[in-house]
Design a binder for this molecule. Structure first.
Ligand code: UDP
Ligand code: MG
Length: 308
């Protein structure tokens, strides 16, 4: 059982296969000589797998879990975690945006007894203005609603003890919002600040539509407040409606009722049809996820494993 495992999800990262090892190997050696690298090939359509295999041929500590198709980063990380047996597990992106120099700092914290050590981006200069704003808004809303808060600007880049990893793996859900799961399991946690570098090579797999769905997944997985909110909204509105109805009836009795009020009628109808559609949509969001969960499909399928 190695002491340290580095888990790297890879989707079309052919440029990074060798670059990554060259940069991260010295950092891992600084911690211990007993380590393994687990590369998860997440359905790459380029040369990634071939290059990983070449590296695995050369180094016995390079292990590959190749998935049967692209399952997304969350599933790929889960596959890596499930196939590691190390005492401490580090998760990092393949593109070296997570600086390897931080790994010894993570290790140091682990030696001090911390079991959930996460990197926190001190500067998001590498991201666009829009991405920074949307990310910040997401964290704000998430922390307002979810039971366990997410540390601001903490990504997936982290070290976890075997105990914490086992706890994450014991959570049975299929839709895996890893950041949320990591913070949910708790244990003695520490933050290590770092600067996020721009991508070393290749290009980002995320666009705003994917990020939006990622955010929705995260929120619906961690809170049911959006579902329950409408009860209170409905109660408040009904209260106003009763008062208004009484007032209208009173007016009718006292002054009669010359037909008027087209505008207010339209405004009220349009407003509440909008609200109703939104609530239906929110119910749909949860319902679709319940549907996915009850199907109980595996989060990923493995095509082949190398050097295990
Ligand atoms: N990734 C993956 N499967 C996917 C998309 C991404 O395994 O479907 C990996 C990718 O290879 C990289 C990490 O997830 O190692 C982060 O992806 P990326 O750098 O594109 O995201 P960003 O840094 O732009 O948020
Ligand atoms: Mg990246």
């Amino acid at each position: 059982m190695p002491r340290l495992a580095v888990i790297v999800p890879m989707h079309n990262e052919q440029e990074m296969a060798e670059l990554f090892l060259a940069r991260v190997l010295p950092a891992a050696k600084q911690c211990t000589n007993d380590f393994e690298f687990i590369f998860v090939n997440d359905g790459s359509t380029d040369d990634t797998l071939a290059r990983l295999k070449a590296a695995a041929n050369e180094h016995p500590f390079v292990k590959i879990v190749s998935l049967s198709r692209n399952f997304g980063k969350e599933a790929a990380v889960t596959a890596g975690l499930e196939n590691s047996s190390a005492d401490a597990v580090i998760i990092m992106d393949a593109d070296l945006q997570d600086p390897p120099e931080i790994i010894p700092l993570f290790w140091e914290k682990f030696q001090q007894g911390f079991e959930n050590v996460y990197g926190v981006r001190t500067d998001r200069g590498a991201d666009s203005f829009l991405k920074r704003i949307t990310a910040q808004t997401f964290y704000k809303i998430y922390n307002l609603l979810a039971d366990t808060p997410l540390p601001y600007n903490a990504g997936d880049f982290r070290l976890m003890s075997r105990r914490a990893v086992n706890a994450v793996l014991a959570l049975p859900e299929r839709e895996r919002f890893m950041k949320g799961l990591f913070s949910w399991v708790g244990y003695k946690s520490a933050a290590v600040p770092f600067c996020r570098a721009p991508r070393e090579a290749g290009k980002s797999k995320w666009n705003y539509w994917r990020l939006w769905n990622f955010a929705l997944n995260g929120l619906t997985a961690s809170t049911t407040v959006p579902l329950k909110l409408w009860t209170y909204f409905g109660m408040t509105v009904s209260l106003f409606a009763f008062v208004f109805a009484a007032w209208t009836a009173y007016k009718k009795i006292i002054w009669g009722n010359p037909v008027s009020g087209y505008t207010s009628l339209m405004v009220v109808i349009l407003f509440f049809s909008g609200v109703q559609l939104i609530t239906l949509g929110i119910i749909g969001e949860y319902l679709s996820r319940i549907f996915i969960e009850v199907k109980r499909r595996p989060a990923y399928l493995i095509d082949e494993k190398i050097n295990f």
